[in-house]
Design a protein around this ligand. Structure first.
Ligand code: NAD
Length: 453
């Protein structure tokens, strides 16, 4: 099989040690940056063909992330890769201890379609910075972006170092039979389990970046204007096809009416409407049909309309939703926002605790006790107080899920660490060691050891 041959060539190339040199890593990161910049228009066209994503959104939510990642690693690679000296315990004197960031070897990155460039290339960039060879399998669902990445990379990089393998389920299934040194997967929890099982056959470590139902909570102590603006943006950006989008809204009953009015106002102001440059369409018929089945017309507060031919669904707010409604059973991953009201903040937090741990959670309030309870009580990948989505843009913060929403982290130094093994080395002097640990043992030696340890 062709891909098996490419993986073997990557193993052989890794063994030459070339990818470990900082100069090599920087040269190829710079090359990738230049290729992205010189092919910017092709990248915009491909994603627009796939799901109507605008140039503005593509730059702000995809290309700027990738270019920032490259800059971050170019700037920090030397210090990230430098062996870290740590202290040495008494039993190991005279000695010194260091941790080496050891590249893992050959990495498989499997991407998702919803932010096809960012979710495929950000992990690749971190893996390159950490000194690895990589195979990227982008999502076939965003076919044009997959082809664009394959063109840019396969025409310009040696396949024994970096290679894009195009394909869908069959190709991914075949890839997963092979032995990699790490698999980095972004996608659904369902497929995450398939990847984890296949990886276990080879004891291959994984990072799984999965999804879930991420709540947004608005209490009566929130700045309602700001909350509405930030929730509308975070939810309807990319037509809700964002892994960290607020999935559903819990709003305190006393401000519910006013808050929903403000949501409606911002949806209108932002011109999130069919065919507008701001608004993205649904990726395919399958997802479109799944989403429109979730719209309970009797609960529609605003929106609710759709265009089957063009695959657009209006930003839709559903009010008086019940925890048992179908829309509350699975991640929505589309422009539908169910709203559930609450009277008691703690009971609302408990309801979230009943569900699987989400990838993100958002709280809007100016009340410090509510902030404290949110942070301490709930378990979720990451999130914001008084904003949505933006935590993932800070590369000083780790990004990843917990429980059903994922395993492992990346971004910034966490990305570098995800693709390195912290190799521990203790170096001993060849003189100056007392004999007390060596046989023959004696009571006297034991009493010294007790004192020393
Ligand atoms: P998906 O799980 O359907 O597909 C992801 C990848 O897995 C694709 O490359 C696809 O080709 C491959 N794949 C699909 N079925 C497979 C199978 N049976 N065997 C082997 N490989 C298979 O996910 P998606 O539709 O591309 O993305 C949507 C999901 O991803 C949502 O749940 C979303 O929350 C999640 N997501 C998470 C993050 C994150 O960073 N945590 C980011 C984006 C999306």
């Amino acid at each position: 099989m062709e891909i098996e041959r490419i993986l073997q060539s990557q193993r052989d190339f890794f063994a030459t040690q070339q990818t470990k040199s900082i100069a090599f890593r920087k040269m190829y990161l710079e090359k990738l940056r230049n290729l992205i910049i010189s092919n910017e228009n092709m990248l915009y066209e491909a994603i627009h063909k796939d799901f109507g994503k605008s140039k503005f959104d593509t730059f702000t939510t995809e290309l700027s992330f990738i270019l920032n990642d490259i800059d971050y690693y170019l700037k920090n690679i030397k210090s990230l890769a430098k062996p870290k000296k740590v202290s040495t315990n008494l039993a190991n004197q005279l000695g010194s201890s260091k941790i080496y960031a050891d590249p893992l070897g050959c990495i498989l990155v499997i991407g998702a379609w919803n932010y096809p460039y960012q979710l495929s290339l950000s992990p690749i960039i971190a893996a390159m910075a950490a000194g690895n060879c990589c195979i990227l399998k982008p999502s076939e669902i965003a076919e044009n972006t997959m082809k664009a990445m394959s063109k840019i990379i396969n025409e310009n990089f040696p396949p024994e170092y970096l290679y894009v393998y195009e394909g869908g389920i069959d190709e991914t299934t075949a890839l997963l039979q092979l032995k990699f040194d790490k698999i980095f997967f972004t996608g659904s929890t369902k497929v995450g389990k398939i990847v984890y099982k296949a990886a276990a056959e080879h004891l291959t470590p994984v990072v799984l970046e999965l999804g879930g139902k991420s709540p947004a909570i608005v209490t009566k102590d929130a700045n309602l204007e700001t909350a509405a603006k930030r929730i509308v943006w975070g939810k309807f950006l990319n037509a809700g096809q964002t892994c960290v989008a607020p999935d559903y809204l819990l709003v305190e009953e006393s401000v519910q009416e006013q808050f929903l009015e403000t949501l409606r106002k911002y949806i209108k102001d932002f011109k999130y409407e069919t065919g507008s440059e701001q608004y993205t369409r649904i990726i395919n018929q399958r997802n479109f049909q799944r989403l429109i089945r979730l719209i309970d017309q009797e609960k529609v507060y605003s929106g609710g309309d759709f265009n089957e031919e063009k695959l657009y669904i209006e930003p839709t707010v559903l009010n008086n939703v019940d925890w048992n409604d179908e829309i509350m059973q699975e991640e929505i991953f589309g422009p539908l926002l169910p709203v559930i009201s609450f009277k008691n903040y703690n009971i609302a937090l408990n309801a979230i605790l009943e569900l699987e741990k989400p990838l993100a959670a958002y709280l809007f309030t100016n009340n410090s006790e509510e902030k404290e309870a949110f942070t301490r009580k709930l378990s979720f990948g990451g999130g914001c107080i008084n904003d949505t989505v933006m935590h993932l843009s800070n590369d000083h913060l780790p990004f990843g899920g917990v429980g059903n929403s994922g395993i492992g982290n990346y971004h910034g130094k966490y990305g570098f660490e995800a693709f390195s093994h912290p190799k521990a080395i203790l170096e001993k002097m060849t003189w100056g060691e007392p004999d007390i640990k060596y046989p023959p043992y004696s009571e006297k030696k034991l009493s010294w050891i007790r004192k020393l340890l």
